[in-house]
Design a protein around this ligand. Structure first.
Ligand code: PBG
Length: 324
């Protein structure tokens, strides 16, 4: 039986009714705010390709984190811009590396803020790749030790969660083993499991000056055409000990989030990446779209697809918006 017995519009007649039957919610408590930290003090350097986002020196980063926490955003993820880059990305795993120093400062000022550290070499290598270069290729196995060292030094500095984003095979297992061997059995791993070789990272690479100097990332990041392969990547990461898995980017990969939600019981994160942010910001600045509506609509769609946690440069904006 259909119309006129069934009239879906009956439940859309007022905001209160719509609220009662709303299927998906979005609140600041499921958001993670990405932040960039750089050397020096008193530095707040706006990222040209990501207006409203900055490279912060540690002292000002702490103040920014205080504001983020005060708004009710429970977590931040930190990316470092080191003093020097080299072939082997040593800034990533130095005990006094830029991120390690930042974590110490943030956690001592704000012990309740969840600090996540991105585990990857690309911001620290002179060639801009996420692993060591051997015979002109990004070498998988020799990179694992450096990633594990990076994670351990980040946790020693106080990181609550480590998030490997490099896409080397076997890195979750290796990081889990090294964390456990170092006594950090309680530290969760948020694995960037289905990370695609995406044009949407463009603005981030300008922010972190991490564009590869030769070639591209297609030998380790996933082909945008593949969904089944994402499920396989996720299954492998869960087997290796991932506590939370991630799909990245978000908006162009909602089907991948939805498939992962059907297939797996672990918490799922999605990363609304720099290009997704900058496109919305640019269109809004031109007056072509309603910024707040589009922020909410995109984030709700990512939740509707099945993400529990969203990493987004709009986290503070959402926290400031009236609920509804
Ligand atoms: C790698 C990393 C990248 C992003 C997060 N972690 C860049 C890349 O893979 O090129 C991109 C995040 C964004 O675009 O917002 N360390």
């Amino acid at each position: 039986m259909s119309f006129p017995t069934h009239r879906p519009r009956r439940l859309r007649r007022s905001e209160a009714l719509r609220g009662l039957v709303r299927e998906t919610g979005l609140s600041a408590s499921s958001l993670v705010y990405p932040l960039f930290v750089c050397p020096g003090s008193g530095v707040k350097d706006e990222i040209r390709s990501m207006p409203g986002n900055f490279r912060w020196s540690t002292d000002l980063l702490v103040e920014e984190c205080r504001q983020v926490a005060g708004l009710g955003v429970p977590a931040v993820i930190l990316f470092g811009i080191p003093e020097h880059k080299d072939d082997v990305g040593s800034g990533a795993y130095a005990a006094d590396g830029i991120v390690q120093r930042a974590v110490r400062a943030v956690k001592s000022a704000l012990p309740d803020l969840v600090v996540i550290c991105d585990v990857c070499l690309d911001e620290y290598t002179s060639h801009g790749h996420c692993g060591l270069i051997v015979n002109g290729e990004v070498d998988n196995d020799s990179t694992l030790e450096l990633l594990a060292r990076t994670a351990v030094t980040q946790v020693q500095a106080g990181a609550d969660i480590v998030a490997p984003s490099d896409m080397m095979d076997g890195r979750v297992g290796r990081i889990r083993a090294e964390l456990d061997a170092s006594g950090f059995t309680q530290t969760p791993i948020l694995a960037y499991s289905a990370k695609y070789a995406s044009g949407f990272y463009g603005p981030f690479r300008e922010a972190a000056d991490s564009a590869p100097k030769f070639g591209d990332r297609k030998s380790y990041q996933m082909d945008p055409a593949n969904q089944r392969e994402a499920l396989r990547e996720i299954a492998l990461d869960i087997e290796e000990g991932a506590d939370i898995i991630m799909v990245k980017p978000a908006l162009a990969y909602l089907d991948v989030i939805a498939a992962a939600r059907r297939e797996f019981d672990v918490p799922i994160a999605a990363y609304q990446v720099s290009g997704e942010f900058s496109m919305i910001e640019a269109a809004a600045r031109n007056g072509w779209i309603d910024r707040e509506r589009i922020i909410m609509e995109t984030l709700v769609s990512i939740r509707r697809a099945g993400a529990d946690i969203i990493l987004t440069y709009f986290a503070k904006d959402v926290a400031r918006m009236p609920r509804g």
